[in-house]
Design a protein around this ligand. Structure first.
Ligand code: SR1
Ligand code: MG
Length: 420
């Protein structure tokens, strides 16, 4: 790829020789590249991910491929996504210190990041499939979403900085286009790359014939594509979170852009709900109810963690252009009604994005292991039909679902019903 600034994909064999001269990596792993052990561990849809171990320690090297790994070279994708990932990681670490891996090297020409290896952390999705709890998960991720949403927005940032950031991240057009198509549009018609579990046809057909639902999905897409409120992670599912039993970090913000404040919250909750609905296939009877209850508690704690932190930031860090204290507190007036309005809108958006994400994970490209790993295809289809139904409930009812408690009641109800 010489016309591309010398970009060349790394391999386990070439990595030590090619990166030996990166001081930050040598300091981390050891000065002699011959002593480095390299394994490619990427299991995501897009990139190469290497773990590099040496006498001094270890690191992760992530490199973008010039195509969608999941599909192959027939779907080219610019490697500049690493540029946006790097900028996002820097901002997330500033806005919520300790929430993301430390980056110690970025090479734009090679579309490569070297960063802290999270160990013994495991991808959250794998833990949830294995029935493992993470202490404080909901509160931690709710707080992350609130800090990222608030501190990247016109509620907090100086106007010029916010606009410069919006301009920067709205350059991530190729990744946003993937989301616009795969997440918001493809689930609702027979798009070329779609697939679904055999037996799910009646439920898929119902959604695709539902004009009111399609209109709402497009309203939500309009929000995603045009409501440039804050820097969003853009792909905050349970595969973008790594945890120990008590520590949680967020990874992989290559889909970062400027978008609605409720987007990440909604995507995350969708992935908890998919985990919840898939559990009958993964747990023995005795463990099922307690683990599902913990997952729903996590949904509630995520919303509660988000709102508590957002309220605190509103009171303590509202220094941007929006809802200035000059209009409220400085005149002895309360800004709380305005805050309730903002939180209500975020909640509504989040529920809508949540429903859309639940749909696309069963109908579009890039399904989740929560369902995909279920070998009993008839059971998988039954569980996914519940997910499609609950997703529709959320998209269509997002304006009338009174709060997290009502959402959890709906999830419990759908978990006991059959739609095929
Ligand atoms: C073509 S990329 C498919 C999916 O993988 C990423 O993780 C995003 O979720 C994207 O939608
Ligand atoms: Mg990813």
């Amino acid at each position: 790829m010489d016309g591309d600034g010398g970009y060349r994909p790394l391999t386990t064999e070439t990595l030590p020789g090619r990166l030996a001269g990166v001081p930050a990596l040598a300091a981390r792993v050891g000065p002699d590249p011959a002593a480095w052990r390299v394994a490619e561990v990427g299991d995501g849809n897009l990139n190469l991910v290497f773990v590099v171990e040496g006498p001094a320690g270890d690191a992760v090297v992530k490199q973008a491929l010039p195509y969608v790994r999941l599909v192959g070279e027939s779907w080219p994708l610019p490697v500049n996504r690493t540029f946006f990932e790097w900028h996002a990681l820097v901002r997330q670490d500033r806005r919520d210190p300790g929430s993301v891996p430390k980056v110690f090297h970025f090479d734009e020409a090679q579309s490569l990041l070297a960063m802290e290896r999270l160990s013994p952390h495991v991808i959250l999705r794998r833990k949830l499939i294995a029935g493992e709890r993470v202490e404080g998960l909901g509160e931690r991720l709710g707080r992350f979403c609130a800090r990222a949403a608030f501190r990247g927005s016109d509620l907090a940032l100086p106007a010029a900085e916010r606009k410069a950031d919006a301009a920067l991240f709205l350059g991530n057009v190729d990744l946003m286009k993937i989301t616009e198509d795969l997440v918001f549009t493809d689930p609702y018609f027979a798009a070329e790359m779609n697939s679904h579990t055999p037996g799910l046809e009646p439920a898929a057909a119902r959604l695709r014939a539902d004009d009111a639902l399609k209109a709402e999905a497009q309203h939500l897409l309009r929000r995603y594509a045009t409501a440039a409120e804050t820097m969003i992670h853009g792909d905050l599912h349970t595969g973008s979170v790594m945890c120990t039993d008590r520590e949680t970090r967020v990874i992989d913000p290559e889909f970062a852009s400027y978008g609605p404040m409720g987007f990440d919250l909604g995507m995350l909750v969708a992935n908890y709900l998919v985990a919840f609905l898939s559990q009958p296939a993964h747990r023995a009877a005795a463990d099922l109810a307690p683990f599902q209850a913990w997952l729903l508690d996590t949904v509630g704690e995520t919303f509660a963690g988000f709102e508590a932190e957002f309220r605190r930031l509103w009171a303590e860090e509202r220094t941007g252009t929006l809802y200035p204290a000059a209009l409220f507190e400085a005149q002895g007036r309360s800004s709380l009604p305005a805050l309730e309005g903002v939180l209500g809108e975020i909640r509504r958006d989040a529920l809508g994005f949540c429903g859309i994400e639940m749909h696309r994970r069963s109908l579009s490209l890039a399904h989740n292991a929560d369902f995909e790993s279920i070998g009993d295809v008839a059971l998988r289809a039954r569980l996914e039909a519940r997910s499609l139904t609950l997703g529709r409930d959320l998209v269509m009812g997002r304006g009338s679902i009174s709060g997290p408690a009502a959402l959890l009641a709906l999830a419990r109800r759908r978990n006991g019903e059959d739609f095929l």
